[in-house]
Design a protein around this ligand. Structure first.
Ligand code: FES
Length: 571
Protein backbone atom coordinates (compact mmCIF):
# COMPACT_ATOMS: atom_id res chain seq x y z
CA UNK A 1 0.00 0.00 0.00
CA UNK A 2 1.18 3.54 -0.75
CA UNK A 3 2.58 4.92 2.51
CA UNK A 4 0.63 8.16 2.02
CA UNK A 5 -2.62 6.27 2.21
CA UNK A 6 -1.95 4.93 5.68
CA UNK A 7 -4.17 6.76 8.11
CA UNK A 8 -1.39 6.80 10.72
CA UNK A 9 0.77 8.87 8.39
CA UNK A 10 -1.62 11.80 8.97
CA UNK A 11 0.20 11.89 12.33
CA UNK A 12 3.62 10.29 11.99
CA UNK A 13 4.24 11.31 8.38
CA UNK A 14 3.74 15.04 9.01
CA UNK A 15 6.51 17.58 8.65
CA UNK A 16 7.20 20.57 10.90
CA UNK A 17 6.06 21.12 14.46
CA UNK A 18 3.07 18.75 14.34
CA UNK A 19 5.09 15.78 13.11
CA UNK A 20 7.77 16.57 15.69
CA UNK A 21 5.18 16.39 18.48
CA UNK A 22 3.48 13.22 17.19
CA UNK A 23 6.77 11.34 16.85
CA UNK A 24 8.81 12.76 19.73
CA UNK A 25 6.51 11.62 22.50
CA UNK A 26 6.26 8.13 21.00
CA UNK A 27 10.03 7.94 21.00
CA UNK A 28 10.10 8.32 24.78
CA UNK A 29 9.06 4.65 24.81
CA UNK A 30 12.28 3.66 23.05
CA UNK A 31 10.67 3.31 19.64
CA UNK A 32 13.18 3.65 16.78
CA UNK A 33 12.34 6.13 14.02
CA UNK A 34 11.81 3.49 11.33
CA UNK A 35 8.81 2.00 13.16
CA UNK A 36 6.90 5.21 12.51
CA UNK A 37 7.91 5.61 8.88
CA UNK A 38 5.08 4.04 6.97
CA UNK A 39 4.42 0.72 8.71
CA UNK A 40 0.75 -0.11 9.35
CA UNK A 41 0.06 0.94 12.94
CA UNK A 42 -2.15 -1.63 14.64
CA UNK A 43 -4.04 -0.86 17.84
CA UNK A 44 -4.53 -3.73 20.27
CA UNK A 45 -7.70 -2.80 22.12
CA UNK A 46 -7.28 -4.60 25.43
CA UNK A 47 -9.98 -5.34 28.00
CA UNK A 48 -7.39 -6.75 30.42
CA UNK A 49 -8.33 -6.15 34.03
CA UNK A 50 -7.83 -7.96 37.30
CA UNK A 51 -11.44 -7.00 37.99
CA UNK A 52 -12.45 -8.99 34.91
CA UNK A 53 -11.11 -12.42 35.88
CA UNK A 54 -12.16 -13.95 32.55
CA UNK A 55 -9.83 -11.48 30.76
CA UNK A 56 -6.99 -11.41 33.30
CA UNK A 57 -4.59 -13.24 30.95
CA UNK A 58 -4.94 -10.69 28.15
CA UNK A 59 -1.63 -8.89 28.62
CA UNK A 60 0.10 -12.15 27.82
CA UNK A 61 -2.24 -12.72 24.87
CA UNK A 62 -1.47 -9.20 23.61
CA UNK A 63 2.23 -10.12 23.49
CA UNK A 64 1.44 -12.96 21.08
CA UNK A 65 -0.60 -10.54 18.93
CA UNK A 66 2.38 -8.16 18.88
CA UNK A 67 4.75 -10.90 17.73
CA UNK A 68 2.43 -11.53 14.78
CA UNK A 69 2.16 -7.83 13.95
CA UNK A 70 5.93 -7.34 13.96
CA UNK A 71 6.40 -10.48 11.89
CA UNK A 72 4.10 -9.11 9.18
CA UNK A 73 5.81 -5.71 9.12
CA UNK A 74 3.36 -3.73 11.22
CA UNK A 75 3.83 -1.66 14.35
CA UNK A 76 1.66 -2.59 17.38
CA UNK A 77 0.34 -0.19 20.02
CA UNK A 78 -1.63 -1.65 22.90
CA UNK A 79 -4.25 0.50 24.58
CA UNK A 80 -6.68 -0.15 27.44
CA UNK A 81 -10.40 0.41 27.43
CA UNK A 82 -12.88 0.02 30.25
CA UNK A 83 -13.40 -3.64 31.03
CA UNK A 84 -16.55 -5.37 32.27
CA UNK A 85 -16.26 -8.30 34.66
CA UNK A 86 -19.64 -9.98 34.65
CA UNK A 87 -19.37 -11.38 38.16
CA UNK A 88 -18.19 -8.34 40.10
CA UNK A 89 -19.58 -5.25 38.43
CA UNK A 90 -22.75 -3.71 39.92
CA UNK A 91 -25.57 -3.20 39.31
CA UNK A 92 -25.04 -5.13 36.04
CA UNK A 93 -22.35 -5.20 33.33
CA UNK A 94 -25.01 -4.53 30.69
CA UNK A 95 -25.48 -1.02 32.09
CA UNK A 96 -21.95 -0.23 30.90
CA UNK A 97 -21.84 -2.05 27.54
CA UNK A 98 -22.74 1.12 25.65
CA UNK A 99 -20.25 3.17 27.67
CA UNK A 100 -17.42 0.77 26.75
CA UNK A 101 -18.50 0.92 23.12
CA UNK A 102 -18.13 4.71 23.25
CA UNK A 103 -14.69 4.37 24.84
CA UNK A 104 -13.64 1.97 22.06
CA UNK A 105 -15.08 4.06 19.24
CA UNK A 106 -13.51 7.31 20.38
CA UNK A 107 -10.16 5.70 21.28
CA UNK A 108 -9.83 4.17 17.81
CA UNK A 109 -10.90 7.25 15.88
CA UNK A 110 -8.86 9.72 17.92
CA UNK A 111 -5.55 7.91 17.50
CA UNK A 112 -3.11 7.19 14.66
CA UNK A 113 -4.34 3.66 13.93
CA UNK A 114 -4.63 1.85 10.61
CA UNK A 115 -6.15 -1.35 11.94
CA UNK A 116 -7.36 -2.82 15.21
CA UNK A 117 -7.23 -6.12 17.08
CA UNK A 118 -10.03 -6.47 19.61
CA UNK A 119 -9.16 -8.61 22.67
CA UNK A 120 -12.38 -9.66 24.30
CA UNK A 121 -13.73 -12.49 26.44
CA UNK A 122 -16.14 -11.97 29.32
CA UNK A 123 -19.73 -11.53 28.13
CA UNK A 124 -20.17 -7.81 27.42
CA UNK A 125 -16.58 -7.10 26.38
CA UNK A 126 -17.19 -8.72 22.97
CA UNK A 127 -20.31 -6.83 21.83
CA UNK A 128 -19.06 -3.57 23.34
CA UNK A 129 -15.79 -3.74 21.39
CA UNK A 130 -17.38 -4.84 18.12
CA UNK A 131 -20.07 -2.12 18.40
CA UNK A 132 -17.48 0.59 19.02
CA UNK A 133 -15.17 -0.60 16.25
CA UNK A 134 -18.10 -0.89 13.80
CA UNK A 135 -18.89 2.78 14.24
CA UNK A 136 -15.35 3.64 13.08
CA UNK A 137 -15.03 0.94 10.40
CA UNK A 138 -11.28 0.37 10.13
CA UNK A 139 -9.81 -3.06 9.27
CA UNK A 140 -10.54 -5.03 12.45
CA UNK A 141 -10.03 -8.57 13.71
CA UNK A 142 -11.24 -10.17 16.94
CA UNK A 143 -9.23 -12.45 19.22
CA UNK A 144 -11.31 -14.01 21.99
CA UNK A 145 -9.75 -15.02 25.28
CA UNK A 146 -10.97 -18.61 25.21
CA UNK A 147 -12.95 -20.67 27.72
CA UNK A 148 -11.74 -22.02 31.06
CA UNK A 149 -10.82 -25.65 31.41
CA UNK A 150 -13.74 -27.80 32.54
CA UNK A 151 -14.33 -27.70 36.30
CA UNK A 152 -13.95 -30.90 38.33
CA UNK A 153 -15.97 -31.50 41.49
CA UNK A 154 -16.11 -34.85 43.31
CA UNK A 155 -15.70 -36.83 40.14
CA UNK A 156 -18.07 -34.69 38.09
CA UNK A 157 -17.42 -32.19 35.31
CA UNK A 158 -18.88 -28.83 36.25
CA UNK A 159 -19.08 -25.23 35.10
CA UNK A 160 -21.17 -22.10 35.42
CA UNK A 161 -24.58 -23.69 34.84
CA UNK A 162 -23.91 -25.79 37.95
CA UNK A 163 -23.93 -22.59 40.01
CA UNK A 164 -27.71 -22.46 39.49
CA UNK A 165 -28.08 -26.18 40.24
CA UNK A 166 -25.87 -25.97 43.35
CA UNK A 167 -27.77 -22.92 44.48
CA UNK A 168 -31.15 -24.69 44.22
CA UNK A 169 -29.69 -27.73 46.04
CA UNK A 170 -28.28 -25.46 48.75
CA UNK A 171 -31.61 -23.64 49.20
CA UNK A 172 -33.43 -26.96 49.37
CA UNK A 173 -30.99 -28.16 52.09
CA UNK A 174 -29.45 -30.84 49.85
CA UNK A 175 -25.97 -29.28 49.81
CA UNK A 176 -24.01 -28.23 52.90
CA UNK A 177 -22.16 -24.94 53.45
CA UNK A 178 -18.85 -26.74 53.13
CA UNK A 179 -19.77 -28.56 49.92
CA UNK A 180 -20.97 -25.29 48.43
CA UNK A 181 -17.69 -23.58 49.40
CA UNK A 182 -15.46 -26.35 48.05
CA UNK A 183 -17.32 -26.32 44.71
CA UNK A 184 -16.22 -22.69 44.12
CA UNK A 185 -12.57 -23.57 43.70
CA UNK A 186 -13.34 -26.68 41.70
CA UNK A 187 -15.32 -24.76 39.09
CA UNK A 188 -13.01 -21.89 38.11
CA UNK A 189 -9.70 -23.73 37.93
CA UNK A 190 -7.97 -21.99 35.01
CA UNK A 191 -7.76 -18.75 33.10
CA UNK A 192 -10.55 -18.01 30.63
CA UNK A 193 -14.25 -17.29 30.45
CA UNK A 194 -17.21 -19.51 31.42
CA UNK A 195 -16.80 -22.99 30.00
CA UNK A 196 -20.41 -23.60 28.96
CA UNK A 197 -22.29 -22.24 25.95
CA UNK A 198 -23.11 -19.15 27.98
CA UNK A 199 -22.94 -15.63 26.69
CA UNK A 200 -19.13 -15.40 26.46
CA UNK A 201 -18.88 -18.62 24.40
CA UNK A 202 -21.89 -17.50 22.37
CA UNK A 203 -20.14 -14.21 21.62
CA UNK A 204 -16.93 -16.02 20.64
CA UNK A 205 -18.97 -18.22 18.25
CA UNK A 206 -20.75 -15.10 17.01
CA UNK A 207 -17.53 -13.39 15.95
CA UNK A 208 -16.24 -16.54 14.27
CA UNK A 209 -19.50 -17.12 12.39
CA UNK A 210 -19.71 -13.44 11.40
CA UNK A 211 -16.26 -13.87 9.90
CA UNK A 212 -14.65 -11.41 12.32
CA UNK A 213 -12.01 -13.85 13.60
CA UNK A 214 -9.80 -16.56 12.21
CA UNK A 215 -11.21 -20.10 12.26
CA UNK A 216 -11.19 -21.94 15.62
CA UNK A 217 -11.31 -18.72 17.61
CA UNK A 218 -14.44 -19.77 19.49
CA UNK A 219 -13.36 -22.85 21.39
CA UNK A 220 -9.59 -23.12 21.92
CA UNK A 221 -9.27 -23.13 25.73
CA UNK A 222 -7.60 -20.08 27.24
CA UNK A 223 -4.98 -22.32 28.84
CA UNK A 224 -4.13 -24.13 25.60
CA UNK A 225 -0.96 -22.90 23.86
CA UNK A 226 -2.86 -22.87 20.58
CA UNK A 227 -4.79 -19.83 21.85
CA UNK A 228 -1.51 -17.91 21.72
CA UNK A 229 -0.82 -19.24 18.24
CA UNK A 230 -4.21 -17.96 17.12
CA UNK A 231 -3.40 -14.55 18.64
CA UNK A 232 -0.05 -14.50 16.82
CA UNK A 233 -1.65 -15.40 13.48
CA UNK A 234 -4.37 -12.79 14.00
CA UNK A 235 -1.67 -10.18 14.59
CA UNK A 236 -0.06 -11.08 11.29
CA UNK A 237 -3.36 -11.11 9.46
CA UNK A 238 -4.51 -7.66 10.56
CA UNK A 239 -1.42 -6.12 8.96
CA UNK A 240 -2.38 -7.68 5.64
CA UNK A 241 -5.99 -6.58 6.13
CA UNK A 242 -4.75 -3.00 6.35
CA UNK A 243 -2.75 -3.48 3.16
CA UNK A 244 -5.86 -4.92 1.47
CA UNK A 245 -8.10 -2.22 3.02
CA UNK A 246 -10.48 -4.96 4.19
CA UNK A 247 -12.75 -3.07 6.54
CA UNK A 248 -15.41 -4.17 9.05
CA UNK A 249 -18.17 -3.12 6.66
CA UNK A 250 -16.74 -5.54 4.06
CA UNK A 251 -17.14 -8.39 6.58
CA UNK A 252 -20.33 -7.41 8.40
CA UNK A 253 -22.70 -7.85 5.45
CA UNK A 254 -26.33 -9.06 5.65
CA UNK A 255 -25.23 -12.60 4.72
CA UNK A 256 -22.69 -12.60 7.56
CA UNK A 257 -25.49 -11.79 10.01
CA UNK A 258 -27.58 -14.61 8.53
CA UNK A 259 -24.69 -17.01 9.10
CA UNK A 260 -24.30 -15.91 12.71
CA UNK A 261 -28.03 -16.39 13.40
CA UNK A 262 -27.99 -19.87 11.86
CA UNK A 263 -24.92 -20.92 13.82
CA UNK A 264 -26.30 -19.51 17.05
CA UNK A 265 -29.35 -21.74 16.72
CA UNK A 266 -27.27 -24.85 16.09
CA UNK A 267 -24.98 -24.25 19.09
CA UNK A 268 -27.84 -23.48 21.49
CA UNK A 269 -26.43 -19.99 22.03
CA UNK A 270 -27.48 -17.51 24.68
CA UNK A 271 -30.58 -15.32 24.40
CA UNK A 272 -28.21 -12.38 24.90
CA UNK A 273 -27.04 -13.03 21.34
CA UNK A 274 -30.16 -11.28 20.03
CA UNK A 275 -29.73 -8.06 21.91
CA UNK A 276 -26.04 -7.74 21.05
CA UNK A 277 -26.37 -8.69 17.39
CA UNK A 278 -29.22 -6.19 16.93
CA UNK A 279 -26.99 -3.47 18.37
CA UNK A 280 -24.00 -4.43 16.18
CA UNK A 281 -26.17 -4.52 13.04
CA UNK A 282 -27.53 -1.06 13.77
CA UNK A 283 -24.00 0.31 14.17
CA UNK A 284 -22.84 -1.01 10.78
CA UNK A 285 -26.09 -0.13 9.00
CA UNK A 286 -27.46 -3.62 8.35
CA UNK A 287 -31.22 -3.92 8.73
CA UNK A 288 -32.07 -6.62 11.25
CA UNK A 289 -35.13 -7.08 13.42
CA UNK A 290 -36.53 -9.56 15.92
CA UNK A 291 -38.28 -11.66 13.31
CA UNK A 292 -34.93 -12.41 11.63
CA UNK A 293 -34.01 -14.47 14.68
CA UNK A 294 -36.90 -16.89 14.42
CA UNK A 295 -34.69 -19.80 13.43
CA UNK A 296 -37.45 -22.29 14.25
CA UNK A 297 -38.92 -21.14 10.92
CA UNK A 298 -35.74 -22.25 9.15
CA UNK A 299 -35.70 -25.63 10.94
CA UNK A 300 -32.14 -25.29 12.22
CA UNK A 301 -31.63 -28.17 14.68
CA UNK A 302 -29.41 -28.30 17.76
CA UNK A 303 -26.04 -29.76 16.70
CA UNK A 304 -23.93 -29.03 19.78
CA UNK A 305 -24.33 -31.02 22.98
CA UNK A 306 -23.17 -28.27 25.32
CA UNK A 307 -24.47 -27.03 28.63
CA UNK A 308 -26.85 -25.40 29.42
CA UNK A 309 -28.86 -27.03 26.60
CA UNK A 310 -26.84 -30.27 26.70
CA UNK A 311 -24.16 -32.16 28.61
CA UNK A 312 -20.63 -31.05 27.73
CA UNK A 313 -18.26 -28.10 27.92
CA UNK A 314 -16.29 -25.83 25.57
CA UNK A 315 -13.04 -27.71 26.14
CA UNK A 316 -14.73 -30.92 24.95
CA UNK A 317 -16.18 -28.99 22.01
CA UNK A 318 -12.72 -27.92 20.90
CA UNK A 319 -11.37 -31.48 21.08
CA UNK A 320 -14.38 -32.66 19.03
CA UNK A 321 -13.50 -30.28 16.18
CA UNK A 322 -14.91 -27.00 17.49
CA UNK A 323 -17.00 -24.53 15.55
CA UNK A 324 -15.48 -25.36 12.12
CA UNK A 325 -16.64 -28.98 12.47
CA UNK A 326 -20.12 -27.85 13.46
CA UNK A 327 -20.32 -25.31 10.64
CA UNK A 328 -19.35 -28.00 8.17
CA UNK A 329 -22.51 -29.88 9.18
CA UNK A 330 -24.50 -26.70 8.59
CA UNK A 331 -22.98 -26.08 5.19
CA UNK A 332 -26.30 -26.34 3.34
CA UNK A 333 -27.78 -23.54 5.47
CA UNK A 334 -24.85 -21.13 5.38
CA UNK A 335 -23.82 -18.41 2.95
CA UNK A 336 -20.56 -20.05 1.88
CA UNK A 337 -19.21 -17.12 -0.12
CA UNK A 338 -19.39 -14.46 2.55
CA UNK A 339 -15.91 -12.98 2.97
CA UNK A 340 -14.20 -13.23 6.36
CA UNK A 341 -11.18 -11.51 7.89
CA UNK A 342 -9.00 -14.14 6.21
CA UNK A 343 -9.94 -12.53 2.90
CA UNK A 344 -11.39 -15.85 1.82
CA UNK A 345 -14.98 -17.15 1.75
CA UNK A 346 -16.55 -18.44 4.96
CA UNK A 347 -16.49 -21.98 3.57
CA UNK A 348 -12.65 -21.89 3.75
CA UNK A 349 -13.01 -21.75 7.54
CA UNK A 350 -14.68 -25.13 7.79
CA UNK A 351 -14.55 -27.23 4.64
CA UNK A 352 -11.51 -29.24 5.76
CA UNK A 353 -12.72 -29.56 9.37
CA UNK A 354 -13.45 -32.95 10.89
CA UNK A 355 -15.69 -34.05 13.74
CA UNK A 356 -13.85 -36.30 16.20
CA UNK A 357 -16.68 -36.97 18.64
CA UNK A 358 -20.34 -37.37 17.68
CA UNK A 359 -21.35 -37.11 21.33
CA UNK A 360 -20.48 -33.42 21.01
CA UNK A 361 -21.29 -32.45 17.44
CA UNK A 362 -24.13 -34.19 15.65
CA UNK A 363 -25.10 -34.40 12.01
CA UNK A 364 -28.10 -32.47 10.72
CA UNK A 365 -29.90 -35.75 10.07
CA UNK A 366 -29.52 -36.94 13.66
CA UNK A 367 -29.49 -33.75 15.76
CA UNK A 368 -29.48 -33.61 19.56
CA UNK A 369 -32.75 -31.75 19.41
CA UNK A 370 -34.96 -30.70 16.52
CA UNK A 371 -35.86 -27.69 18.66
CA UNK A 372 -33.09 -25.11 18.65
CA UNK A 373 -32.34 -21.44 18.58
CA UNK A 374 -34.40 -18.68 20.03
CA UNK A 375 -38.12 -18.26 19.57
CA UNK A 376 -39.56 -14.79 19.33
CA UNK A 377 -43.05 -14.51 20.82
CA UNK A 378 -45.46 -11.64 20.34
CA UNK A 379 -48.85 -10.71 21.71
CA UNK A 380 -50.68 -8.12 23.75
CA UNK A 381 -48.18 -8.59 26.58
CA UNK A 382 -45.18 -7.82 24.32
CA UNK A 383 -46.20 -5.94 21.18
CA UNK A 384 -42.58 -5.56 20.05
CA UNK A 385 -41.67 -9.09 20.99
CA UNK A 386 -40.03 -11.17 23.70
CA UNK A 387 -37.67 -14.16 23.49
CA UNK A 388 -37.40 -17.69 24.82
CA UNK A 389 -34.78 -20.41 24.35
CA UNK A 390 -36.74 -23.61 23.73
CA UNK A 391 -33.74 -25.94 24.04
CA UNK A 392 -33.22 -24.76 27.63
CA UNK A 393 -36.94 -24.89 28.49
CA UNK A 394 -39.34 -27.69 29.54
CA UNK A 395 -41.30 -29.32 26.74
CA UNK A 396 -44.44 -29.61 28.88
CA UNK A 397 -44.50 -25.82 29.47
CA UNK A 398 -44.24 -24.82 25.81
CA UNK A 399 -48.01 -24.33 25.75
CA UNK A 400 -49.15 -23.15 29.14
CA UNK A 401 -51.87 -21.02 30.67
CA UNK A 402 -51.65 -19.92 34.29
CA UNK A 403 -52.38 -17.22 36.83
CA UNK A 404 -49.88 -14.42 37.23
CA UNK A 405 -47.91 -14.00 40.43
CA UNK A 406 -46.50 -10.49 40.11
CA UNK A 407 -43.34 -8.92 41.50
CA UNK A 408 -43.33 -5.15 40.93
CA UNK A 409 -39.53 -4.88 40.97
CA UNK A 410 -36.41 -6.76 42.05
CA UNK A 411 -36.77 -5.74 45.68
CA UNK A 412 -40.40 -6.97 45.77
CA UNK A 413 -39.25 -10.26 44.21
CA UNK A 414 -36.49 -10.79 46.76
CA UNK A 415 -38.83 -10.02 49.63
CA UNK A 416 -41.58 -12.41 48.51
CA UNK A 417 -40.11 -15.31 46.51
CA UNK A 418 -39.43 -17.53 49.53
CA UNK A 419 -42.38 -16.31 51.62
CA UNK A 420 -44.32 -19.41 52.70
CA UNK A 421 -47.53 -17.37 52.34
CA UNK A 422 -46.91 -16.48 48.68
CA UNK A 423 -50.05 -17.50 46.76
CA UNK A 424 -48.32 -19.63 44.14
CA UNK A 425 -48.45 -23.16 42.78
CA UNK A 426 -46.65 -25.07 40.03
CA UNK A 427 -49.07 -23.82 37.37
CA UNK A 428 -48.56 -20.14 38.21
CA UNK A 429 -46.74 -17.75 35.89
CA UNK A 430 -44.11 -15.66 37.66
CA UNK A 431 -43.98 -12.07 36.37
CA UNK A 432 -41.13 -9.68 37.22
CA UNK A 433 -41.48 -6.01 36.22
CA UNK A 434 -39.08 -3.08 35.98
CA UNK A 435 -35.88 -4.99 35.19
CA UNK A 436 -35.72 -3.72 31.59
CA UNK A 437 -33.17 -1.40 29.94
CA UNK A 438 -34.65 1.81 31.36
CA UNK A 439 -36.46 0.47 34.40
CA UNK A 440 -33.64 -1.19 36.32
CA UNK A 441 -31.65 0.47 34.63
CA UNK A 442 -29.37 -1.79 32.55
CA UNK A 443 -31.52 -4.88 32.03
CA UNK A 444 -29.84 -7.31 34.45
CA UNK A 445 -29.74 -11.09 34.18
CA UNK A 446 -32.50 -11.79 36.68
CA UNK A 447 -35.15 -13.17 34.31
CA UNK A 448 -34.63 -16.78 35.39
CA UNK A 449 -36.24 -16.14 38.74
CA UNK A 450 -35.70 -18.79 41.40
CA UNK A 451 -38.46 -21.32 41.92
CA UNK A 452 -40.31 -20.37 45.16
CA UNK A 453 -38.80 -22.34 48.03
CA UNK A 454 -42.04 -24.02 49.01
CA UNK A 455 -42.44 -25.36 45.46
CA UNK A 456 -38.80 -26.44 45.30
CA UNK A 457 -39.45 -28.54 48.39
CA UNK A 458 -42.36 -30.16 46.53
CA UNK A 459 -39.98 -31.11 43.70
CA UNK A 460 -41.00 -28.40 41.20
CA UNK A 461 -38.01 -27.66 38.96
CA UNK A 462 -39.42 -25.35 36.29
CA UNK A 463 -42.20 -22.78 35.86
CA UNK A 464 -43.11 -20.21 33.22
CA UNK A 465 -41.35 -16.98 34.14
CA UNK A 466 -41.77 -13.64 32.31
CA UNK A 467 -39.85 -10.38 32.62
CA UNK A 468 -38.42 -7.42 30.75
CA UNK A 469 -34.94 -8.43 31.93
CA UNK A 470 -32.35 -10.82 30.55
CA UNK A 471 -31.08 -14.22 31.61
CA UNK A 472 -27.50 -15.41 31.95
CA UNK A 473 -26.47 -17.49 28.97
CA UNK A 474 -25.66 -20.18 31.49
CA UNK A 475 -29.21 -20.20 32.82
CA UNK A 476 -32.07 -22.46 31.82
CA UNK A 477 -35.81 -22.91 32.28
CA UNK A 478 -39.04 -21.85 30.57
CA UNK A 479 -38.13 -18.21 30.78
CA UNK A 480 -39.61 -15.45 28.60
CA UNK A 481 -37.22 -12.50 28.44
CA UNK A 482 -36.66 -9.06 26.87
CA UNK A 483 -40.40 -8.17 26.94
CA UNK A 484 -40.74 -5.04 24.83
CA UNK A 485 -41.99 -2.43 25.50
CA UNK A 486 -40.75 -2.80 29.06
CA UNK A 487 -42.83 -1.93 32.12
CA UNK A 488 -40.95 1.30 32.83
CA UNK A 489 -42.02 2.88 29.54
CA UNK A 490 -45.65 1.87 30.01
CA UNK A 491 -45.68 -1.50 28.27
CA UNK A 492 -48.56 -3.85 29.04
CA UNK A 493 -46.26 -5.71 31.42
CA UNK A 494 -46.62 -2.72 33.75
CA UNK A 495 -50.35 -3.36 34.28
CA UNK A 496 -50.27 -7.10 34.97
CA UNK A 497 -51.87 -7.92 38.33
CA UNK A 498 -51.86 -10.99 40.54
CA UNK A 499 -54.38 -13.51 39.21
CA UNK A 500 -54.45 -12.26 35.59
CA UNK A 501 -54.49 -15.16 33.13
CA UNK A 502 -51.43 -15.43 30.88
CA UNK A 503 -51.02 -17.79 27.93
CA UNK A 504 -47.67 -18.80 26.47
CA UNK A 505 -47.82 -20.73 23.21
CA UNK A 506 -44.28 -21.19 21.92
CA UNK A 507 -45.10 -23.19 18.77
CA UNK A 508 -47.56 -20.45 17.75
CA UNK A 509 -45.17 -17.66 18.84
CA UNK A 510 -47.74 -16.09 21.18
CA UNK A 511 -47.63 -14.45 24.61
CA UNK A 512 -50.98 -13.03 25.65
CA UNK A 513 -52.73 -11.75 28.72
CA UNK A 514 -56.49 -12.33 28.93
CA UNK A 515 -57.52 -8.70 29.16
CA UNK A 516 -59.55 -6.65 26.70
CA UNK A 517 -57.91 -3.72 24.92
CA UNK A 518 -60.24 -1.44 26.91
CA UNK A 519 -59.15 -2.92 30.24
CA UNK A 520 -55.47 -2.61 29.31
CA UNK A 521 -55.99 1.03 28.24
CA UNK A 522 -57.90 1.78 31.44
CA UNK A 523 -55.14 0.32 33.62
CA UNK A 524 -52.43 2.13 31.63
CA UNK A 525 -54.21 5.47 32.11
CA UNK A 526 -53.62 5.08 35.87
CA UNK A 527 -49.92 4.33 35.62
CA UNK A 528 -47.53 6.77 37.21
CA UNK A 529 -44.13 7.42 35.64
CA UNK A 530 -41.32 6.06 37.78
CA UNK A 531 -38.56 8.58 38.54
CA UNK A 532 -35.09 7.95 37.10
CA UNK A 533 -32.70 6.24 39.50
CA UNK A 534 -30.22 9.08 39.16
CA UNK A 535 -30.34 12.66 37.94
CA UNK A 536 -26.66 12.93 37.13
CA UNK A 537 -23.78 11.14 35.47
CA UNK A 538 -23.75 8.09 33.26
CA UNK A 539 -26.88 6.49 34.72
CA UNK A 540 -28.81 9.66 33.89
CA UNK A 541 -27.51 9.56 30.32
CA UNK A 542 -28.38 5.86 30.10
CA UNK A 543 -31.96 6.19 31.32
CA UNK A 544 -32.64 9.07 28.98
CA UNK A 545 -31.20 7.51 25.83
CA UNK A 546 -31.36 3.72 26.03
CA UNK A 547 -33.62 2.12 23.45
CA UNK A 548 -35.85 -0.89 24.00
CA UNK A 549 -34.64 -4.50 23.86
CA UNK A 550 -35.97 -5.12 20.36
CA UNK A 551 -33.61 -2.36 19.16
CA UNK A 552 -30.58 -3.85 20.92
CA UNK A 553 -30.72 -1.56 23.99
CA UNK A 554 -28.17 0.73 22.38
CA UNK A 555 -28.31 4.49 22.88
CA UNK A 556 -30.47 6.31 20.36
CA UNK A 557 -27.56 8.63 19.48
CA UNK A 558 -25.13 5.77 18.83
CA UNK A 559 -26.94 4.05 15.98
CA UNK A 560 -24.79 4.04 12.85
CA UNK A 561 -21.23 5.29 12.77
CA UNK A 562 -19.06 8.34 12.24
CA UNK A 563 -16.27 6.69 10.29
CA UNK A 564 -12.57 7.18 10.91
CA UNK A 565 -12.28 10.88 10.06
CA UNK A 566 -11.26 13.13 12.93
CA UNK A 567 -13.58 16.13 13.18
CA UNK A 568 -11.00 18.80 14.01
CA UNK A 569 -7.20 18.88 14.06
CA UNK A 570 -5.89 20.98 16.96
CA UNK A 571 -2.20 20.80 16.10
FE1 FES B 1 -16.98 -13.90 32.49
FE2 FES B 1 -18.92 -15.89 32.58
S1 FES B 1 -18.29 -14.49 34.13
S2 FES B 1 -17.72 -15.21 30.95
Amino acid sequence: MDKKKLRSQQWFGKKGKDGFIYRAWMKNQGIPAHELQGKPVIGICNTWSELTPCNAHFRELAESVKHGIYEAGGFPVEFPVMSLGETLIKPTAMLYRNLVSMDVEESIRANPLDGVVLLCGCDKTTPALVMGAASVNLPTIVVSGGPMLTGKYRGHDISTSDVWRFSEAYRAGKMSDEEFYVAEACMARSRGHCAVMGTASTMACMVESLGLSLAENAAIPAADSRRKVLAHLSGSRIVDMVREDLKLSDILTPTAFENAITVNAAIGGSTNFIIHLLAIAARIGVKLDMDDFNTSVKNIPLLANLQPSGDYFMEDFFYAGGLPALMKELDGSLNRDTITVSGKPMSANYETAECFNRKLISTVDEPFNVVAGITVVKGNLCENGAVLKPSAASAELMQHTGKAVVFENIEDYKAKIDDPNLDVDATSVLVLKNVGPKGYPGMPEVGNMAIPKKLLEQGVTDMVRISDGRMSGTGFGTVVLHVSPEAAVGGTLAVVQDGDIITLDVPAGILNIELSDEEIAERKSKLTVLPNLSNRGYTYLYQNHVQQAHLGADFDFLRGGSGSEVLRDSH
